[in-house]
Design a protein. Structure first.
Length: 351
């Protein structure tokens, strides 16, 4: 039992289960899953589908944070990716053609890779601080997206594009398959090869890893490229969901939610050891919490306060310092309780 409590994922999973139980207690329909036309519908299915963009971004953010970095540009990358993809579809002769949509998606993800390479170049070659390097693209990226769309919201009518975010495959949302594929690829690359160990070595001590022969520049550069590619795919998912390229609204505040998901998954912002599974649980916690706000009927004006309070409670529950202080306090109370007095025995005196 003690080993289970001290497991890295114990408190994140417990927080997720607590949110599910709370929602089910307030509204039992939350955990109901219905089958219509061979497709699964329900609040839990919606959470899995809607969490796909944040899942993509958080996976990339995990890799960047593991190298002692940060990527504040993921929201802007999403905006640029969606703008490029939908502009190509809008200007094509047949927006409903599957080939056209595939090319547009590839272009959107490709521009995400290019922007990730730009961030990696600033951080690894020019030695710019990660928060400053990515802040540049965070501010400029949405302007680039507005230039691509001409300052307007580009809307399209394309069933193949709509299928990416809203379609179903084998009874489950297609976005869920994309999200699961991204998790599987990142987990296999980072946990089944030496890359994960090298990434942790760079994050723990960059100088020592360099002296040991690790090419830290290449690893950090790759982390930013992966973050850009995943953010580009997240931008496609977002644009597919609303069938429009909105440079101002796409990926708004998603970098903050991604960082929060990584922290909730027990990955340290100081770099080093990271947890892909923890990030997945952290994303589900955030998405479930957003659904909780809707289910409890919290107004839009009060929802940020409610969200912040619940997140603060979840973070405190997971805090190792809080756990150690609670154990210390309980230990002092036990020592303060006096032991029960033993009854005196009769002493026989021999004459």
């Amino acid at each position: 039992m003690a080993r289970t409590v001290h497991h890295r994922l114990f408190w994140p999973v417990l927080s997720l289960l607590a949110l599910v139980v709370l929602n089910a207690a307030v509204r039992p329909s939350f955990i109901r899953v219905a089958v219509r036309d061979g497709h699964l519908y329900g609040a839990l299915v919606d959470i899995l589908r809607q969490s796909a963009p944040l899942m993509m971004v958080a996976l990339g953010m995990t890799l960047v944070i593991a190298t002692r970095g940060i990527d504040l540009s993921v929201g802007a990358v999403m905006a640029v990716s969606g703008a490029v993809a939908l502009t190509l579809i809008d200007r094509s002769a047949d927006p409903g053609d599957v080939g056209t949509v595939i090319v547009a998606i590839a272009a959107g993800v490709g521009i995400g890779v290019v922007l990730g390479m730009w961030n990696g170049f600033l951080v690894t070659v020019l030695r710019v601080q990660p928060i400053v390097a990515t802040l540049v693209l965070m501010l400029a990226g949405r302007g680039v997206a507005l230039l691509v769309t001409g300052g307007f919201i580009t809307t399209v009518v394309s069933p193949p594009l709509k299928f990416v975010a809203s379609g179903y495959l084998l009874g489950l949302p297609f976005a869920l398959f994309l999200s699961a594929s991204a998790i599987a690829v990142v987990a296999l690359v980072e946990r089944r090869t030496a890359l994960g160990l090298l990434t942790e070595a760079v994050g723990i001590n960059p100088e020592a890893s360099r002296l040991a022969g690790v090419r830290s520049r290449g690893i950090v550069f790759t982390a930013y490229v992966a973050s850009g590619a995943l953010a580009g795919l997240a931008g496609i998912l977002y644009s597919s969901n609303i069938m429009a390229a909105d440079a101002n609204a796409a990926g708004e505040f998603i970098e903050l939610y991604a960082i929060l998901a990584v922290v909730l998954g027990r990955t340290s912002l100081l770099g080093g050891k990271f947890s892909i599974a923890g990030t997945v649980v952290g994303v589900l916690v955030i998405q479930t919490l957003q659904s909780t706000v809707l289910f409890l009927g919290v107004s839009s004006a009060q929802s940020p306060v409610f969200f912040a309070v619940v997140v603060a409670v979840v973070v405190l529950v997971q805090s190792p310092q809080l756990h150690s202080r609670v154990r210390r306090l309980s230990g002092r109370r036990r020592r303060a309780v006096p032991a029960p007095e033993k009854p005196a025995r009769d002493v026989e005196v021999s004459a």
